[in-house]
Design a protein around this ligand. Structure first.
Ligand code: NBP
Length: 503
């Protein structure tokens, strides 16, 4: 017997919306659905007649709103930006005080802050929830990063906990994860309240930025095996499959192994990856992460390099033309031990990954100061263990690191990560040097290593830089032999050049 009013509603029945609605209905919640194009709603409901909770199709927004139990809870899953605002604007006149709108799209966190405030002023409650894991995650267990009104979150928490991916509470290992393609039950949900207003969408953005870095690092490892060792896709795929049984065990390594071993469906003699055009697209979350890092003055070069690598890949015609003019080192095969070099590439990937995550967590630490959030970094790493694109065994080490020290200034300072990088850095340096010598671009490996070397330097060449700034712009400098906050300037055009202590 259908209930007179649905537990929750969902607007936007494209790939994410349909899958999330089915996941919710599978967990026994009755869900009303609405889509701008009504035929999509009708087809969707007709094709899924027997879910445990039940789907209720609505032809109009009015009908949709009326079908929901009060206080109404409705998820929006449409394109981020103007379409999300358009849907919110048409909903608002139909809603009553305390109703809850949940934006599950990839909204920019600043939009979520703005929307939460505007809706709060109208007596409505707003949750901005990151949803990660693509369509399979949405269907069988995504990682969820909800932020916004805490009381409103409490009301949607049973749904969020039910539909999220699950991990083992002790080991952090995913239970029947999204890759298993089955609904998930038992274990700890990969969902936790992140913080007020835009905190959930901010953390989702960092997740995506880290994802950009992970993907680019994997591509660099592949390119180095190709460029230095002349390995073919299938063999490289086998290396990734092997790596997936160790410290790098993760969804992205797993799918990389699979992709590299896939034959071209139109010519079985070739590897599919060899016929895929080398131009990468992007939807903007990596760029947002990098712009935010620049805005806040947080060093996060590895994600930025990953974004730039995609930009460089996109100018294919220009690169093809340049390849005929610009010369690098003569092509030669690496003659050292192959097995040892593969291990070195593994270590370079692992160390670079540690630096990239360290930067992502630094960003969140700074953002929480800027926006007055209190983020639980251990829990954030834990909810990324299942369901989402960056899910990895490695994340458990981050949860443990923040468990040891919730105030950890930088992941690199945690004893486990410190020890790991110490043991692997010789290999990391060797790989970056070889990449330079052989002319194989490895921007994230190289930038992560520079970040590591910069972060561990008690003294950087910024003394000279500040001297330059003082020379041409009278920007002043502090002295190593004087207290911090005391500024000096040299009157450079004068002879002799007097030093002036600034007030
Ligand atoms: P889209 O982002 O392509 O959204 C299109 C859907 O929104 C269509 O069903 C469309 O209806 C509907 N819509 C409504 Br209702 N009102 C609309 C309006 N005013 N303007 C435009 N479309 C409107 O769907 P998606 O790929 O499922 O993604 C949904 C959200 O989830 C996005 O924010 C996305 O960034 C995020 N996300 C996606 C993924 C992924 O793997 N795809 C992963 C994580 C997050 P119509 O049928 O009438 O056109």
């Amino acid at each position: 017997m259908p209930k007179s009013h649905s537990d929750i509603g969902l607007i936007g029945l494209a790939v994410m919306g349909q899958n999330l609605a089915l996941n919710i209905a599978d967990h026994g919640f009755q869900i009303s659905v609405y889509n701008r194009t009504t035929e999509k709603t009708e087809t969707f409901v007709a094709e899924n007649p027997a879910t445990p909770g039940g789907l209720v199709g609505a032809k109009t927004l009015e009908e949709f709103v009326q079908s929901l139990a009060k206080p109404r809870k409705m998820i929006i899953l449409v394109q981020a930006g103007a379409p999300t605002d358009a849907v919110i604007d048409s909903l608002v006149p139909l809603l009553e005080k305390n109703d809850i709108i949940i934006d599950g799209g990839n909204a920019k966190w600043t939009d979520t802050i703005r929307r939460e405030k505007a809706l709060r002023e109208k007596g409505l409650r707003f949750i901005g929830s990151g949803v990660s894991g693509g369509e399979i995650g949405a269907r069988f267990g995504p990682a969820l990063m909800p932020g916004g009104d805490p009381a409103a979150y409490k009301e949607i928490e049973p749904v969020w906990n039910a539909i999220a991916a699950k991990v083992d509470g002790k080991t952090g290992r995913p239970i029947l994860g999204a890759t298993a393609g089955k609904p998930v039950s038992g274990g700890v949900p990969c969902s936790t309240y992140i913080g007020p207003d835009g905190a959930g969408h901010y953390v989702k953005m960092i997740h995506n930025g880290i994802e950009y870095g992970d993907m680019q690092m994997i591509c660099e490892a592949y390119d180095l095996m190709r460029g230095l060792l002349g390995m073919k896709a299938e063999e490289i795929g086998q290396v990734f499959a092997e790596w997936n049984r160790g410290a790098l065990d993760s969804y992205l390594i797993e799918i990389t192994a699979d992709i590299l071993q896939q034959k071209d469906p139109t010519n079985k003699k070739k590897a599919l990856v060899d016929v895929i055009l080398d131009t990468a697209g992007q939807k903007g979350t990596g760029k947002w992460t990098s712009v935010n890092a620049l805005d806040m003055g947080v060093p996060a070069p590895t994600v930025a390099e990953a974004v730039f690598a995609r930009c460089l890949s996109a100018i294919k015609d220009e690169r093809v033309a340049a390849s005929k003019i610009l010369k690098g080192p003569a092509k030669k095969k690496y003659t050292g031990a192959k097995k040892a070099l593969i291990q070195a590439i593994h270590d370079a990937l692992y160390c670079s990954k540690i630096c990239s995550y360290a930067q992502g967590f630094q960003l969140m630490r700074e953002a929480q100061k800027e926006y007055k959030w209190t983020l639980d970094f251990g829990s954030i790493a834990q909810i990324w263990r299942g369901g989402c694109i960056i899910r990895a065994v490695f994340l458990q080490k981050i949860t443990e690191a923040y468990g040891r020290n919730p105030q950890l200034a930088n992941l690199l300072l945690d004893p486990y990560f410190n020890k790991t990088v110490k043991a692997a850095q010789e290999n990391w340096r060797k790989v970056v040097s070889l990449a330079v010598q052989y002319g194989v671009p490895a921007p994230t490996f190289g930038s992560a290593l520079s970040y590591y070397d910069g972060y561990r330097s008690a003294r950087l060449p910024a003394n000279l830089l500040q001297g330059q700034r003082d020379y041409f712009g009278a920007h002043t400098y502090e002295r190593v032999d004087q207290p911090r906050g005391k500024f000096f300037h040299v009157d450079w055009p004068e002879n002799p050049r007097p030093q002036i202590a600034m007030k």
